[in-house]
Design a protein around this ligand. Sequence first.
Ligand SMILES: Nc1ncnc2c1ncn2[C@@H]1O[C@H](COP(=O)(O)OP(=O)(O)OP(=O)(O)O)[C@@H](O)[C@H]1O
Ligand SMILES: [Mg+2]
Length: 349
Amino acid sequence: MTEKEVLDALSRVMDPELGRNIVELGMVKNLKVDGEKVDFDLELTTAACPLKDVMKKNAEAVLLKLGASEIEVRVTSRSIAAQSAQNSFISPDTFEEIRGIIPVYSSKGGVGKSTVAVNLAAALAKRGVKTALLDLDIYGPSIPRMMGISGTPAVFGNKLVPPIKHGIQVMSMGFLAGDADRPLIWRAPLANSAVKQLFEDTAWSDVDYLIVDLPPGTGDIPLTFAQNIPISGAVFVTTPQSVALDETRRSVSMFRQLDIPILGLVLNMADFVCPHCGKPTPLYPEAGELKTLEASGVPVLARLPLDPSVAAGGDNGSPTVIEFPDSETAKQYTSLVEQIQAQICRASV
Ligand SMILES: Nc1ncnc2c1ncn2[C@@H]1O[C@H](COP(=O)(O)OP(=O)(O)OP(=O)(O)O)[C@@H](O)[C@H]1O
Ligand SMILES: [Mg+2]
């Protein structure tokens, strides 16, 4: 077989998400053809595309049909180091091990950002996605408790080794700040350097998606983060009520001004589900602002109920998606993860 025959055959394999073939998309790398032996890398544009196995199988099938007897397809994906902003205050080496970054944000406080970040990370890890979680809320880090991690990370060389819990690499200022009773007060330049250090000084290792929990507000940290980090797509968390949605619109427009892809909204604490009959009752009257947001291209990715197990799980370090995998909450997270992965795959070409 010749290289051309092999490429012709492979150009019949479509990326189902993108509707274009894998040769045209430049996904076939390091192709070696030796008689009936074919060997190549199938390089995904982004990490953990849900349909990578389908593409691999289809590639093997067309090559078998062509007459190949030995086929080796390695599925790989690019790190985002090359995409990091040239003038970013964070060194591009930081991103060598990271293939995607998803912040969870809303300028409004207390709507469930940290809870969603933890459960989203856990839902990804449960699907076999290599996941990390970075808590950038340096004023009120809640990730250590929500993940059930205490103590100080080990140091290797000049880097901090992120503790691993539920299969997730985790880093937070909460691990470093010592006394939990002492308030964390930062002046802006120091806050920015804390963000830089949490990113740069952590020994991230082989990460498909890094989920980032941001603090509320539109202050230095969300802004510095959004300006300097190569973001794959942002998830916004809000309750479905006008006051929260107004703030969400502002947060979305801040990210849009910086050309950051918006994945969509998670409506949190949206319904009260009766523990006796299971009937959901919306907690807030339907808000017109939600329609406006949707119309501006911000889809609702999940509608999460007010769920006592979510609050309890946050307090005792066991994310609901792991503790109660059959709950409505866990099902919503599964669907959230599927939509996020599909959207990032589509957006990355
Ligand atoms: N779906 C839910 N059901 C029940 N309780 C929830 C739910 N989502 C969040 N909570 C609870 O609401 C409170 C606020 O959640 P969380 O800390 O995640 O919000 P946040 O947006 O990160 O807050 P902050 O702006 O202070 O960082 C927590 O006590 C959490 O356990
Ligand atoms: Mg929080």
